[in-house]
Design a protein around this ligand. Structure first.
Ligand code: GLY
Ligand code: MN
Ligand code: MN
Length: 472
């Protein structure tokens, strides 16, 4: 929320006429004369260092080495207005959180600064420390004042928890030669590529995010009767998942896709204003972001009435076959693009078998003249996953799509088949069916691990899940 505009004055100064508000009475002198007094001392308890602190320190050391002699600025970002005096919930820039270890409780406008020294950098985290109780901000600033949004952390506390030197934001000054994440292409690329391989802390956070997400999917299945009953059942799905993400995590990592019936063919359907009707499939793509800001990204497609029809099952199991083939092909040393190529080869073969393609599977798979099967899956099969749902988005293609799978990488495998309701190239029984199965995969030296394997995946498992018999 925007401030009422009088922060910075002291409580004992006569109050300025506040022209920004027509709904508040001015504070009287009795209030102004006493509001700064009568407060207990804040206990000086220094918190313990957080578990992520040594990991973030190693990331900062790596970044320092990549940019010797240059001043680097990594902003957390600012609050963004939603409307009038309401803002979107604050969520720090991923590079900032990755390099500081400061997650859901990061402060808006904070900046991490790497000041070059003779043998590296001095790193300082600047943020707006808790205001003194003698300031008007304390009681009257609805945007950042303690009376309104609660206390902000203090410099020593954050320094102790994160293991970084801290200073007040007022002491930060931008320099002409600063390299700023978001503005400088090289720096932005490097902080993105640094995240391609996850450390042990990050992997543990990914497991946690998947766990919360799995609970959210269980909640959805448990609530299917009221989801079906409601005229906007898709919204109920979204709300049920959101409740889990907020109670057990920080938020959803991206807007939940609750796409029932033909909506499943719209890849990022987040309007979620449709009914969930028995006989249809519902595609749910959802991920909980935990307090460290790491997120899962998982899709399951469920038969609303509890059992797949023959055609739904055929399509579903083909998508699963494609996902399983990509998983089987994944191992350290193969290219990332192998995942996509392997999944698509299955889909081309099956759609050709079903008579949906005007050419053979081999012809469809020709890189230049083919691609006919892509009509039914226009998206990619895999993306890196981590502190961003589409993590490492600024990495070079040779590090990403053309890069090599390595232990510590976390990525999705998410093939799908989508037959639009008005696609006259397919028999009528296919139309309006969309299926995606998306799992979160950790690459290890011994091969891939499906972090989301505990969420029912096969058609039989999914039916048992809805029947209340989730496999152990
Ligand atoms: N939820 C977006 C994606 O699967 O990439
Ligand atoms: Mn995804
Ligand atoms: Mn997804």
């Amino acid at each position: 929320m925007n401030s009422s505009g009088d922060s910075g004055t002291t409580a004992t100064e006569p109050q300025q006429t506040d022209t920004s508000t027509n709904r508040r009475q001015n504070y009287g002198q009795g209030f102004l004369g006493t509001i700064s007094t009568g407060w207990a001392e804040r206990p000086a308890i220094l918190p313990e260092e957080r578990a992520q602190a040594p990991y973030a320190a190693r990331r900062r050391a790596a970044l320092s080495e990549a940019f010797p002699g240059q001043r680097l600025v990594v902003p957390a970002g600012s609050l963004k207005q939603r409307s009038n005096d309401t803002d979107y919930p604050f969520r720090a820039h991923s590079a900032f959180s990755h390099l500081t270890g400061w997650g859901a409780d990061s402060q808006p406008d904070a900046v991490l600064v790497f000041e070059p020294t003779d043998d590296g950098h001095d790193v300082t985290l600047y943020f707006r420390e808790r205001a003194d109780r003698t300031t008007a901000e304390f009681y009257s600033d609805a945007s950042i004042g303690e009376f309104w949004i609660g206390p902000r952390p203090d410099l020593d506390g954050v320094a102790g928890e994160l293991g970084i030197a801290t200073a007040h934001l007022d002491d930060f000054a931008a320099g002409d030669d600063d390299l700023v994440v978001g503005e400088d292409a090289d720096l932005t690329r490097v902080v993105s590529e640094m995240r391609l391989i996850k450390d042990d802390y990050e992997i543990a956070q990914m497991r946690l995010a998947v766990e919360v997400t799995a609970d959210g999917f269980d909640d959805i299945v448990a609530n299917l009767p009221r989801i079906i009953e409601h005229p906007r059942g898709e919204r109920v799905v979204e709300g049920v998942f959101h409740q889990r993400a907020r109670s057990d995590g920080n938020a959803v990592g991206y807007d939940t896709i609750a796409a029932s019936g033909p909506h499943a063919c719209y890849l990022h359907w987040t309007r979620n204003d449709g009914a969930v009707l028995p006989g249809d499939l519902i595609l749910i793509d959802a991920g909980a972001e935990v307090d460290s800001l790491y997120t899962a990204d998982i899709t399951r497609t469920l038969p609303v009435s509890g059992t797949f029809t023959d055609i739904q099952r055929r399509i579903y199991e083909t998508v699963r076959e494609a996902a399983d083939a990509a998983f089987a092909a994944a191992r350290p040393g193969v290219t990332f693009r192998t995942l996509h190529e392997t999944a698509l080869a299955v889909l081309a073969r099956r759609t050709a078998e079903w008579g949906l393609l005007p050419v053979t599977a081999e012809e469809a798979l020709d890189a230049d003249t083919g691609g006919h099967h892509r009509r039914y899956m226009v998206h990619g099969t895999s993306h890196h996953l981590g502190i961003d749902v589409h993590d490492c988005a600024q990495a070079r293609r040779e590090m990403y799509y053309d890069g090599i799978l390595q232990p510590g990488m976390v990525f999705t495998i998410e093939p799908g088949l989508y037959f639009q309701i008005d696609d006259t190239t397919v028999p009528e029984e296919y139309r309006g069916i969309g299926v995606r199965i998306e799992d979160d995969i950790l690459m290890t030296e011994d091969g891939p691990v499906n972090l989301s394997a505990g969420i029912p995946r096969t058609a039989d498992e999914v039916e048992a899940w809805i029947a209340g018999e989730k496999p152990a």
